[in-house]
Write a protein that binds this ligand. Structure first.
Ligand code: COI
Length: 357
């Protein structure tokens, strides 16, 4: 069957056997179960071709596939929810589409026409809408990704690419507040590098430092800047926020920080509520100083998968700094509740973030 919409024709091949009965919606482990379908479009001869929705399943690749060797591979993360009428809706999809195209430019990959991306995304979510969980904090996580498909081992930008979107029902990424270690040996990103983009390698490089921190009993690390290790940058897979006194601070987007959609939503929400927000360089020393003075009221990570990851304690240079009990925190609780309410249309969306699938 072919469905036409906005002059974009997407071939649709639905699965004959849904796997939804295999999903225990009361006990979802992040990233382990995938919805019935995926959207795929391939870049060949200089254009995106053959957009299709097909059953989720294995793809065939050559051992010489250039993405595997040189990492020309990018991805996104976004989420779908059900509104109060049970209709499928997306949260700020255009921002993820634009960011994916910025990542593509940085990695010498072709950009994806926004209309094609949006249409494939919406049709996929509509077809798999029964997979959207409705329990508080849960969502259908959407993973668009693009990778180089030339079977060629010379180092040059690939000429062929595949773009795929698949989905998985998820609960919150971190089931409890996290204990973080300030990382001062390894580096995530450097000026002029790819820290601002969602390049697969940014996540691959985080695994050893995170593993080492976990072996010491921490849940995650806080990345510091690559020059002096004096400024905080991100935490694990999230952007970072601190509430010091009445002001909320977050590292400025200086090229090494991922331009998080949840980060931006939190900044807009805080300003909307009249809370003072500063985007700037943040010294580790000022966090420690604020803690000593009793002014460090809150610390949390933000991201699509994690939403709001509350930080229970920060370990820096041999000392663990405990934060106030999570239930007493105004900023992270307010942001979590507001975002959850907007995404599921329990409250009005004054920002126009929610888009029908
Ligand atoms: C997201 O928040 O969407 C991410 O990309 C984190 C993911 C690596 C689990």
């Amino acid at each position: 069957m072919t469905q036409n919409s906005m002059a974009i024709s997407i071939k649709i091949n639905k699965t004959k056997q849904s796997r939804i009965h295999l999903c225990d919606f009361n006990n979802i482990q992040f990233g382990t179960i995938f919805s019935d379908h995926m959207f795929r479009v391939d870049f060949e001869n200089g254009t995106w071709q053959n957009p299709q929705i097909l059953p989720y399943g294995d793809i065939s690749i050559a051992p010489s596939l250039s993405a595997l060797h040189y990492g020309q591979s990018i991805f996104e993360g976004m989420k779908a929810f059900k509104n109060q009428k049970g209709e499928a809706q997306l949260f700020r999809p255009i921002d993820n589409i634009k960011r994916m195209n910025r990542s593509a430019v940085r990695m010498a990959m072709p950009t994806m026409p926004e209309e094609l991306f949006m249409e494939g995304l919406k049709q996929l979510v509509q077809i798999d809408k029964d997979w959207i969980p409705t329990k508080e904090g849960s969502a259908l996580y959407i993973r668009p990704f693009m990778f180089a498909t030339d079977d060629f081992v010379g180092v040059r930008p690939s000429k062929n690419f595949s773009f795929i979107i698949f989905c998985c029902p998820v609960n919150s990424y971190y089931p409890k507040p996290i204990n973080v270690l300030v990382e001062q040996k390894y580096v995530r990103a450097f000026e002029g590098g790819v820290g601002a983009t969602k390049v697969s390698g940014n996540y691959g490089l985080s695994m050893l430092p995170t593993q080492e921190a976990q072996q010491k009993g921490f849940d995650q690390i806080i990345w510091t800047d690559g020059k002096e290790h004096n400024y905080v940058e991100e935490s694990g897979t999230t952007n970072l926020f601190f509430a010091i006194g009445d002001t909320v601070i977050t590292p400025a987007l200086d090229g090494t920080i991922l331009e998080g959609v949840t980060r931006d939503s939190c900044i807009q929400l805080l300003k909307h509520k009249g809370v003072k927000v500063e985007e700037r360089k943040i010294w580790i020393a000022e966090i420690i100083d604020a803690h000593a003075k009793g002014l460090l009221k809150d610390a949390f990570g933000t991201g699509t998968a994690a939403l709001i990851a509350k930080i229970a304690s920060i370990h820096f240079s041999g000392t663990t700094y405990e934060l106030p009990p999570v239930e007493e925190r105004f900023v992270s609780n307010m942001l979590y509740n507001e975002l959850e309410a907007i995404r599921t249309s329990q409250t009005e969306d004054p920002f126009g973030w929610v888009v029908k699938a």
